[in-house]
Design a protein around this ligand. Structure first.
Ligand code: TXD
Length: 308
């Protein structure tokens, strides 16, 4: 039997995720959205690209959340994106009202699924999905750290004129302005980045990474980034479906790690067939740990706003 991935919200991130997943023939895909006809239309369009890939993923569209039934993984993208001048936290209440009923429906129709949340404000929406669904904490995670790290990797590759494939980076913390890029854990072909990029340029790259989402929002004017977020979601889905045991930053429930608990925040994890298999405890410098905890506190404050 084919694996199945249900994508909730067939907008920019959701549809791109569906297309990438189908192209990799990783799973059958169902796109679910409240807009009548839209997910069906996009699914039909994608189906008509499959002959060109010589692959046979099944893709369908639906408006009813019951279509998540049988899904191994749920990718939750439903919600409003940012407009210029908005912070991710401006989306808190409106997106919480979207997440709650979706989490209820997933609990009812796909009680064994893994959940990858994309909706902003990311860490809080992941917490809310976990809370409402009642799912165990190893099955609910947020996608942000992979994107923030991919952005940093891309900027370093551009700076050096080298292949992004050889750049590894780690960005931790909440998916907001307080995220914590870690140049000490950034390498190019195994070489510590500080040997290749001067400190002032590295600081500028860390800043650009923190503001990378806003940079795109400002240019697009009507929405936020979607190709790179979708690709990162697909990498997470693939890690789960094919038990890859990747070491990547994801937003997960911390229970004492890094001195934080009862909140979702970006930390390094091992991601595999059992979902979040382990939280990796890095040796952080005092200022790095303080920055991570400050970022976690911002998430905790927003969780408190939602009554958590
Ligand atoms: O790193 C990250 N986590 C992020 C997060 C990177 C990029 C985008 N990020 C957030 O994802 C963004 O701030 C938004 O909260 C979500 C979705 O962004 P996207 O760019 O895909 O937004 P769109 O194109 O507006 O799509 C949202 C879709 C749209 O088609 C709505 O009709 C639909 O969500 N929607 C729903 N679908 C199903 N069920 C319900 N209730 C629903 N409400 C809205």
């Amino acid at each position: 039997m084919n694996r199945k991935v249900a994508i909730i919200g067939a907008g920019n991130v959701g549809a791109s995720t569906g297309l990438y997943l189908a192209e990799r023939a990783l799973a059958d895909v169902v796109l679910i959205d409240i807009v009548e006809g839209m997910p069906q239309g996009k699914a039909l369009d994608m189906i008509q690209t499959t002959p060109l890939w010589h692959k046979g993923a099944r893709i369908e569209g639906a408006n009813d959340l019951a279509a998540v039934k049988g899904a191994d993984v749920i990718v939750m993208t439903a919600g409003l994106p940012r407009k210029p001048g908005m912070s991710r936290s401006d989306l808190l209440k409106v997106n919480a009202d979207i997440v709650r009923p979706v989490a209820e429906a997933v609990k009812q129709h796909a009680p064994g699924a893994f959940v990858v949340v994309i909706t902003n404000p990311l860490d809080v929406m992941t917490w809310l999905f976990w809370k409402v669904s009642g799912f165990p904490k190893h099955r609910v995670m947020g996608m942000a750290g992979m994107l923030d790290s991919a952005r940093m990797r891309a900027f370093i590759a551009l700076e050096l004129g080298l292949s992004p494939t050889d750049v590894q980076a780690m960005v931790l913390g909440g998916h907001g302005d307080s995220m914590v890029p870690l140049p000490r854990y950034t390498t190019v072909g195994g070489i510590t980045v500080s040997q290749l990029v001067p400190a002032d340029r590295l600081a500028a790259i860390s800043d650009r990474t923190r503001n990378a989402g806003a940079e795109i929002v400002k240019l697009l004017k009507t929405g936020s980034a979607y190709y790179s977020p979708a690709m990162c979601a697909v990498e997470m889905v693939e890690a789960i479906l094919t038990d890859q045991k990747r070491l990547v930053p994801c937003s997960v429930m911390v229970s004492g790690e890094y001195g934080m608990k009862d909140l979702f925040v970006g930390v390094p994890i091992v991601l595999g067939g059992k979902g979040i298999e382990k939280i990796v405890q890095l040796d952080l410098a005092p200022e790095e740990l303080a920055a991570l905890q400050k970022s976690g506190k911002e998430v905790a404050d927003m969780i408190a706003e939602l009554g958590g």
